[in-house]
Design a protein around this ligand. Structure first.
Ligand SMILES: [Cu+2]
Length: 172
């Protein structure tokens, strides 16, 4: 009996760890998706993993969230259909992603976001690409392990230790 309850506890702990691993990022934080924030600065230092979500908050109809190619991102020009409901959530897949607002000159005025999403099964966490013309100084670390990465990984040894204790309790 003891061993089965320990195993159940272990599964619950591991299940919680898995659920907590997908992060949600609010683009621009409290400023949302608007003219004003520097999204290169916002993205720098963040680690985006496949399965994480981006949440864009903005005034309905006032802006669009349009995923574009790098070429369109660089040119601030796209004929793609964006979303303009006011709240747009994107679930990330591995690779580079580019988002712009296609209304007026909003993109040229800063409504453009470029991120690099790491595959959740790999240990690599490449930094977000710096958009050309960005006025921010290159403060992003060039090392492959940004400071935010270890925080995610700290939970693993702790869970392993907890699991080890539970198994020992079950056996003795
Ligand atoms: Cu806009």
């Amino acid at each position: 009996m003891a061993s089965s309850s320990a195993l159940i506890a272990l599964l619950v702990v591991l299940g919680c760890a898995a659920a907590a691993s997908a992060a949600s990022f609010t683009v621009g934080d409290s400023q949302g998706w608007a003219i004003g924030p520097n999204y290169a600065t916002w993205a720098s230092g963040k680690t985006f993993m496949a399965g994480d979500t981006l949440v864009f908050n903005y005034g309905s109809q006032a802006h669009t969230v349009t995923e574009v190619t790098k070429k369109e991102y660089d040119a601030c020009s796209s004929t793609a259909n964006g979303e303009n409901s006011g709240t747009t959530t994107k679930t990330l897949t591995a690779g580079d992603h580019y988002y712009i607002c296609t209304i007026g000159t909003h993109c040229a005025n800063g409504m453009k976001l470029a991120i690099t999403v790491a595959d959740s099964s790999s240990g690599t966490t490449p930094a977000a690409p710096a958009p050309p013309g960005a006025s921010t100084p290159p403060t992003a670390p060039s090392s492959p392990t940004p400071s935010s990465a270890p925080a995610r990984l700290h939970a693993v040894p702790v869970l392993a230790a907890v699991a080890g204790v539970l198994v020992k309790l079950a056996l003795f």
